[in-house]
Each structure stands twice: as C-alpha cells, then as structure tokens.
Design a protein around this ligand. Structure first.
Ligand code: PSU
Ligand code: MN
Length: 303
C-alpha cells in the first residue's frame, strides 16, 4: 500500500479542491478528548453545519480502520465522540494507530499533516498545544507541525493551561506568523487575553487571506496562526481561569498525570473548578473559530 492510499480524502472534498472551492479541515481530538460526551458530538456536527452554511466543505480528520481519513460522515463523528477507545494521535503514534487499525483522533499536529497531504490550506481548532507550565521539556508536537507544514490554523491562541509567553517565544523562533484577527492582543483560549501584544493584525477575513498568501508566495513553508479571541461577552474572568488552572495543575501533579494525558486531564479539571464556565467558553470559541476559518477559506479561494 502506498502513502496516498493510506490517506483517504472523501469524494466531496476531492471534488471541491479540484474546483478550487473552499474547504476547512477540522480536528477530532477536541471531540474525543477535549469535550465531554454527548456535547462533543453536537459541537462537531455544529462545526460542520456552520461551514456548510457558508458554502465551505468541512473536512474532519480521524484514523479509522487503518486509514487517515479526511471527511467523515455523521455516524463516524458520533463514534469518535462516544467510544472510550479512541487514541489521541500525534506524529509519534500515527504509524502505530494505522498499523493496528485502531480508532484514532487527530491532534492539531496530525490534522495539519492530513490537511497538508490533501491540499487543504485552512484548519480550525480551539487552541493549539505548546510549552507546558513547569515542565518545559513537554512541548507539543503541534509546534513542530507549525514549523514544518504550510497550513493556516485558526485558533483562539494557545490553551491557557500552558506557558503562553514561552510558547510565543517558541513560535517566533520557528518563524510562525501570528495574525491577530480583529485584535492586537494574543488571545488566551478561554479569555480574550491579558495583553501580550501582537505585531500582525487583520481587520477582516480578506486581509487575513492576503497576509497568509504573502507568506507562502514568497516561499516560506511554515504553518501560520490566525489568532481569534473568544467573543468578549463570552470571555471567562482571568482570575477564575488562573485559580482553576493552578488548582488543576496541582491535581495533575498529585495524580501523576504525564505525557499526552495532561491536556485532556487539565481541560476537564479546569471545567469542574470553574463551575462549567470554561467548558461553555470552549464550545463558544471553537464555533467562533470555525466561522472565521470558513470566511478566511472563502477569501483564499476567491482569486
Ligand atoms: N482545542 C480544544 N480542545 C482540545 C485541543 C484543542 O479546544 O482538546 C487538542 C488539540 O488536538 C491539540 C491538543 O493538538 O489538544 C494538544 O495536546 P498536547 O498538549 O498533548 O500536545
Ligand atoms: Mn504535551
């Protein structure tokens, strides 16, 4: 079997790409490991319908039966959102999940890879991984993907459970542009941000598309971030987030949680510690990012 036959892109997506119609990639780790069931299934289906309403083809990625699939049907999305046997899949275990034909959810890194291999330029998620707080050796493979793969990731910045200033430094070193969408402050996932300044901003989707294209047209081949703040009225209070994150980090240390289990553990604990506020915000910011990604992809396809 060759590489391309392991990657299966749906007919609809192949057709859309051939006709240069807008397509937006979506990941599946936030479905299987980021949000509780059955809310996760609702969010995943809603994300697809937001794109369809914009005449953009959704391309949710996952690993099913030994294939890296791009474009799922609703039954497959439900399976990812309800099964307890979904492997969170990044670069280090993509081959293993394919070989064992197990059910796998794609992270930002592996979804960028799926998008790149299929010719999709725009991808929407919640927040990217980065440098973990307190354990600087734990750096998400999302940063490697952003360094290596020319895909635009529309996100609400970096998850607030991480060390955000250190993650921003790493992105700068890797040469990954960060385009603030209607903001010059770096969004911090559940909050609009504490004031870390951005140098590049776009006031509308068309401008974001122009900036993204210019970076690639000159021959740079990294990923790019379109950083979209959570809508102001939905932003969680910074102090509530900080307290909930600190409490959850302590619990993670006590429970000895390590590796790729840390992010899902922290997301769940922070939600509990904030009385559900961060969970609600997580849903809001994901759907908001999907809307912006659809608009940006439409502009990218417009010429
Ligand atoms: N955005 C969300 N929820 C999530 C994620 C993103 O709103 O759960 C996932 C993404 O798949 C991202 C992963 O790649 O969290 C980061 O995990 P880690 O820190 O283990 O690299
Ligand atoms: Mn990690």
């Amino acid at each position: 079997m060759n590489e391309t036959s392991i990657i299966k892109v749906s007919d609809e997506i192949q057709e859309a790409l051939k006709e240069r119609k807008p397509v937006v990639a979506l990941e599946s780790t936030l479905i299987s490991h980021g949000l509780p069931s059955p809310l996760n299934i609702d969010v995943a289906l809603k994300a697809e319908s937001i794109l369809r309403d914009l005449n953009v083809v959704p391309a949710t990625a996952a690993l099913i039966d030994g294939y890296l699939r791009v474009g799922l049907n609703p039954k497959e999305i439900e399976l990812l959102g309800s099964s307890n046997e979904v492997t969170k899949t990044s670069f280090n275990n993509l081959g293993e999940v394919i070989a064992n034909k197990s059910l796998g959810a794609t992270t930002v890194a592996s979804t960028m890879f799926a998008a790149y291999k299929s010719g999709i330029k725009v991808f929407a998620t919640g927040g990217i991984g980065g440098v973990h707080r307190g354990s600087e050796a734990d750096i998400s493979a999302d940063l490697k993907a952003l360094s290596d793969l020319p895909v635009a990731v529309v996100c609400a910045g970096v998850k607030s459970i991480l060390d955000i200033p250190k993650t921003l430094e790493a992105l700068e070193t890797l040469g990954v542009p960060i385009i603030g969408y209607k903001t010059d402050i770096f969004p911090e996932f559940w909050t609009t941000g504490r004031g870390l300044k951005l140098k590049i901003t776009a006031s509308e989707a068309k401008e974001a598309a122009l900036l993204l294209k210019a970076h690639w047209e000159i021959g740079l081949n990294t990923g790019q971030l379109v950083a979209v703040p959570i809508p102001k009225e939905k932003s969680v209070d910074q102090e509530i987030v900080e307290n909930a994150v600190n409490e959850s980090l302590n619990e993670a240390a006590e429970a000895g949680i390590t590796g790729n289990a840390i992010s899902p553990f922290l997301l769940k604990k922070v939600s509990e510690a904030s009385g559900g506020l961060t969970l609600e915000a997580n849903v809001d910011l994901i759907l908001n990012n999907v809307q912006v990604a659809g608009e940006v992809a439409t502009q990218m396809a417009n010429d």
